[in-house]
Ligand binder design. Structure first.
Ligand code: HEC
Ligand code: HEC
Ligand code: HEC
Ligand code: HEC
Length: 418
């Protein structure tokens, strides 16, 4: 029953394609390894990536052409509550752009069978993996057929897919052999999405030289040119959702390769923006900020009290961006986002630190004690309890390579010297 439902439309699709478009190139848009980066990093311009731009790019690349978009898994970085919300939001965006296949890998399987069913529903049956035996309960196929392609998914570590779902793992070679075989008997080109690195992709290309294309996982930007191993093309979309790779299948081979950087010139897609907004709202509804991990670091006095005795520091602070750092997040709708708040307030990591603007108003924004550390005892008895020098090291937890790539202590200190 299940097979009929999936197989007939796919076959009909392929037949229609063969009849009408044999001579037209078939465009493939490849994404993957977003690792939870739904938004471009909000801290330095120009920012790249984000699901809103990705949706726009996919729609415009495919508009009026025959082709499809595929996603090589790696939706989330962890397995916590926020990771799950990110994975759901990203899957919903992929569904809204009509992604043809999502490789269900270890990062997705961690969320368990419930997420597999949800993803399957959001993507209209486009979830694939060959890493486990076909399961009645989850109805996940090892591959789908689109145009001239049969597109499969697998993980270099099949147990990491099968075990959390309570299914039986299929060895990698076995699943890839099945894909290659299906391609051969149906005169299709085999595309394998692999949750595995370039080395693993090369080994498979060597073992299965009839594969047409392997998508592998990598970090950073995609290579400038596709690689080849024998006749097998090897491509990767990089990670953190900053790029897409586009190529087209034409006359039995791959061409028109491009690595597309999702910069600010790519407009936001409206459906994806709506999905992203409701993701941010869910962070608030589920009160994730309240369960941020905390350690005992001592009592805070709050910036207002520090400022009462230190006029020069007060002036420098009020004139700086630190003074409105939480407002920045409120403006962006990220003020309840555990991914952001820690660096934009005082002591989110401390038992007596920031809770919310209402509960701990004087710990909002980057305050005196963000750099100087908890100072309640000093504020009460300044001569008895001295503050220790903190120096440039105090900037580093926040002004790191990702959020402040242009950081230079001397230049930055000049702007806030006190
Ligand atoms: C708790 C995290 C945190 C720490 C610690 C921190 N910063 Fe910042 N800094 C920020 C954030 C967040 C912003 C952006 C604020 C905004 O505009 O919303 C920022 C912005 C700045 C700016 C640009 C804003 C302006 O006023 O022009 C300078 C300069 C700066 N920081 C210097 C420093 C220096 C120097 C240190 C160490 C002595 C330091 N910061 C420590 C989080 C931090
Ligand atoms: C690791 C600490 C850190 C995290 C996490 C962080 N920020 Fe920042 N943010 C900074 C620092 C530091 C700056 C200042 C960068 C600079 O000027 O060099 C900044 C600046 C910004 C700015 C620019 C402020 C301005 O007007 O110039 C925005 C917007 C912003 N952050 C939003 C966010 C959002 C949204 C998130 C979460 C998705 C986030 N930040 C997470 C540290 C952080
Ligand atoms: C009741 C007034 C008062 C309050 C409140 C206060 N300080 Fe001080 N602070 C002092 C005095 C007095 C000194 C010593 C000045 C001197 O001897 O030059 C001092 C010195 C310091 C020093 C230099 C190192 C040291 O301990 O001598 C730093 C840094 C400092 N304060 C930061 C803070 C911070 C951060 C806060 C808020 C947590 C704060 N102060 C709150 C009065 C105060
Ligand atoms: C962005 C980080 C940062 C913030 C915010 C900040 N300071 Fe400082 N402050 C420093 C650093 C770094 C020094 C240099 C001395 C040191 O390394 O401890 C310093 C120096 C001082 C000194 C002089 C200490 C001395 O050497 O005599 C005082 C007093 C002081 N800060 C108080 C404050 C008060 C009060 C606030 C809030 C109104 C504040 N600071 C906000 C980082 C910060």
């Amino acid at each position: 029953m299940r097979l009929l439902v999936l197989a007939i439309p796919a076959a009909a699709w392929a037949a229609a394609w063969v009849a009408a478009k044999r001579n037209e190139p078939f465009v493939l848009v490849v994404g993957g390894d977003t690792r939870g980066y739904l938004s471009p990093c909000g801290c330095t311009k120009p920012m790249s990536g984000g699901v809103k731009r990705r949706a726009t790019a996919i729609r415009s690349i495919l508009a009026g052409r025959s082709g499809c978009a595929i996603e090589n898994g790696g939706l989330a970085a962890g397995s916590g509550a926020q990771d799950r919300l990110k994975a759901e939001a990203l899957t919903e965006v992929l569904g809204s752009v009509g992604v043809a296949a999502l490789n269900f890998g270890p990062s997705e399987a961690k969320f368990g069978p419930g997420f597999a069913l949800l993803a399957q529903q959001m993507l209209g049956g486009a979830v694939v993996t060959g890493s486990m035996a076909r399961s009645q309960a989850l109805s996940i196929e090892p591959f789908v057929v689109r145009g001239p392609l049969v597109i499969g998914g697998a993980s270099a570590n099949p147990e990491a897919v099968a075990n959390p779902l309570g299914e039986k793992a299929t060895p990698l070679s076995e699943s890839v052999r099945e894909l290659a075989e299906h391609a051969r008997t149906n005169d299709l080109a085999a595309v394998l999405m692999l949750q595995g690195d370039l080395e693993a992709a090369k080994r498979l290309a060597h073992e299965f030289p009839s594969l047409s294309l392997i998508v592998y996982s990598s970090s950073g930007a995609p290579p400038a040119k596709p690689q080849r191993s024998g006749r097998v093309f090897l491509v990767s979309p990089g990670d953190k959702g900053m790029h897409l790779v586009r190529l087209s299948y034409d006359g039995g081979t791959w061409g028109s390769y491009a690595s597309i950087k999702l910069g600010p010139e790519t407009k936001d897609d409206s459906a994806a923006s709506t999905i992203y907004k409701s993701y941010l709202a869910r962070l608030g509804e589920e009160r994730l900020l309240e369960s941020a991990p905390r350690v005992e670091r001592g009592a805070f006095a709050g910036s207002k009290r520090c400022a009462q005795c230190h006029a020069k520091a007060k002036k420098a602070w009020e004139d700086s961006g630190h003074y409105r750092a939480l407002k920045t997040l409120e403006r962006e709708g990220h003020d309840l986002d555990p991914d952001c708040v820690g660096c934009h307030v005082v002591g989110l990591d401390a038992t007596q630190g920031f809770r919310s603007r209402t509960l701990t108003a004087d710990l909002a924004d980057v305050g005196c004690e963000s750099c100087h550390g908890p100072g309640e005892r000093h504020a009460s008895k300044p001569s008895q309890f001295r503050m220790t020098r903190v120096g440039r090291r105090s900037c580093e937890p926040c002004h790191n390579a990702e959020h402040s790539p242009g950081f230079d202590f001397v230049r930055y200190w000049e702007k806030i010297a006190h």
